[in-house]
Design a protein around this ligand. Structure first.
Ligand code: FAD
Length: 475
């Protein structure tokens, strides 16, 4: 009997365009192993919303291939499975988290100790972080030249289909997915997720298809509008590897070619956003402390305030600033938040409330279905002004003006903050300025069914700028 090969599934929960899986499938009957390893990442144990997604994604994958599920340190589990099955080789996709390299080394040692060969593949990114360098041979710190270098590197490889494969059919001990307790129970805060998402490879494919048909044409002009469904919403699918960035890239290029020039601007814009994901991973690889420490060290001395009430109001969507509250409630209900609103909400936490960006990053880590160690850290640092190529600290979003600009009719706010649904457009983003009779007619009682603003933005802005002055001398 041919000995089996072990395919270790990580953040690549798909069968198509999967180099690691294709290589395993070409060698012999495949054992599909997924390990729930809560120990290795330490403080970056997977958050609640991601756990919900993982459950559903494994459920979907389990309908296409028999999965062996085990819990524990991945290197230890892989050694066990090698001993039990006599598998001749182990195949997996590279992970870029700061703890991954050490783990991959231990897996290699486990393979050697058990007489199996060990094979690591790329596929999570379009470009390996080591390959994109500036003229001096150093990693980029600025997005625009980085993205130009990516475009100059040429089109990514053409995606492949699902290879022929034979699953290994010998039954082995494994966990039941249900016993992993990935889904919330009491309370079931993920009820709303079920209607918004279809995790899994097929869900990702359908999402990409519908984005190309309905969203792409409007992407360049309307991607900043949270009231419209224009962006791809592919981020959780990309995060879990249910679709590869190369599949997204080429699908958009193909649509662009079919449209004969009409989609050029939209396609370029979309591909540049995909390159922000690449840039985040580039930064994380070269600066592995990115999720914890400011990229610009002078920000370590920033005089943050201890503001648990502010943090709690922000988390609950009760700041009194409608666009911020709408975003935070969308996040809680669906596990996602529109990119523009993420920027506004993050800026509010960091600059209006002076809460350290790491606390917002933590909350997003737990509540986003697309929570991603690289994109989350890079984006929080970008908003905080302490990241590579970040928005300058003194550029402080005004939540009222941002709301009026990007949600002019207040449709997004009305959807997620229903207590304001009858407010007229003129006051939807600043209910505290509405005359008493207008509030009354809209059924809004400030301080009763909707909060007064937790801070005065103008004063908060001055306070933030004064705080920045304290470290500016060192900047
Ligand atoms: P689209 O506009 O359709 O973009 C296509 C893809 O490009 C996305 O799916 C995503 O993979 C990538 N992308 C787009 N914008 C960015 C960006 N600014 N940075 C990195 N990649 C990007 N994104 C995450 O995937 N995970 C996170 O944990 C995360 N945390 C964030 C925290 C903050 C404070 C901010 C401001 C942004 C964060 N982002 C994060 C980036 C961005 O908000 C999301 O990628 C985007 O909203 C996902 O929606 P979409 O798939 O419809 O994006």
């Amino acid at each position: 009997m041919t000995s089996p090969v072990l395919y270790w599934l990580r953040q690549d929960l798909r069968l198509a365009d999967n180099v690691a899986f294709a290589a395993a499938a070409a060698r012999g009957p495949v054992i599909f192993l997924h390990v729930l390893d809560d120990g290795t990442p330490g403080e970056w144990r997977m958050g609640g919303a991601s756990r919900w997604w993982l459950h559903r994604s494994l459920e979907a994958l389990g309908t296409m291939a028999p999965l062996m599920l085990r819990r524990g340190a991945a290197d230890r589990v892989i050694a066990e499975v090698l001993r039990e099955t006599g598998a001749s080789s182990v195949h997996f996709a590279r992970d870029y988290a700061p703890w991954a390299e050490g783990l991959e080394r231990r897996v290699k040692a486990a393979c050697e100790a058990n007489g199996a060969t060990c094979h690591r593949y790329s596929g999570y990114l379009l470009h390996e972080p080591e390959t994109i360098r500036n003229g001096a041979g150093e990693p980029y710190r600025v997005y625009t030249p980085f993205s130009k270098a990516c475009f100059a590197a040429g089109e990514p490889r053409v995606p492949r289909g699902v290879p022929d494969f034979t699953p290994w059919t010998v039954t082995l001990a494994g966990d039941r997915l249900a016993d992993w307790d990935l889904l919330p129970t009491r309370p079931n805060w993920a009820k709303g997720f079920e209607t918004h998402w279809t995790p899994g490879e097929e869900g990702a494919r359908v999402r990409l298809q519908s984005f190309i048909e309905d969203g792409l044409a409007h992407y360049a002009d309307d991607r900043d509008r949270p009231d419209l469904d224009v962006t791809s919403r592919l981020s959780p699918h990309l995060h879990f590897g249910e679709i590869s960035p190369a599949q997204c890239w080429h699908a958009v290029r193909a649509a662009q070619a079919r449209a004969g020039g009409k989609l050029d601007r939209a396609a370029e814009k979309f591909l540049k956003e995909v390159l922000w994901r690449e840039f985040s991973y580039h930064l994380l690889h070269h600066w592995p402390t990115l999720p914890l420490e400011p990229f610009r060290p002078e920000f370590s001395a920033f005089p943050w305030s201890d503001n648990p009430e502010g943090l709690s109001a922000w988390q609950k969507g009760q700041t009194g600033y409608p666009i911020v509250d709408a975003g935070m409630r969308e996040l809680w209900a669906t596990g996602i938040m529109h990119n523009r609103v993420r920027m506004i909400a993050a800026s509010f936490l960091i600059k209006d409330l002076l809460v350290p960006w790491q606390q917002g990053e933590r909350w997003f880590w737990d509540t986003l279905v697309d929570a991603d160690i690289a994109s989350n850290a890079a984006s929080w640092q970008w908003v905080a002004g302490c990241g590579a190529d970040a928005a300058p600290y003194f550029r402080i979003f005004n939540p009222v003006l941002q709301g009026e600009k990007f949600d002019a009719k207040g449709a997004y706010v009305r959807k997620w903050v229903p207590e304001l649904s009858r407010m007229p457009d003129d006051f939807i983003h600043k209910p505290w300025e509405a005359p008493r009779l207008v509030l009354q007619a809209a059924g809004v009682e400030l301080g009763n069914n909707y909060p007064h603003p937790v801070v005065d933005h103008a004063k908060a802005r001055d306070r933030a700028l004064a705080a920045f002055q304290e470290i500016k001398g060192t900047a």
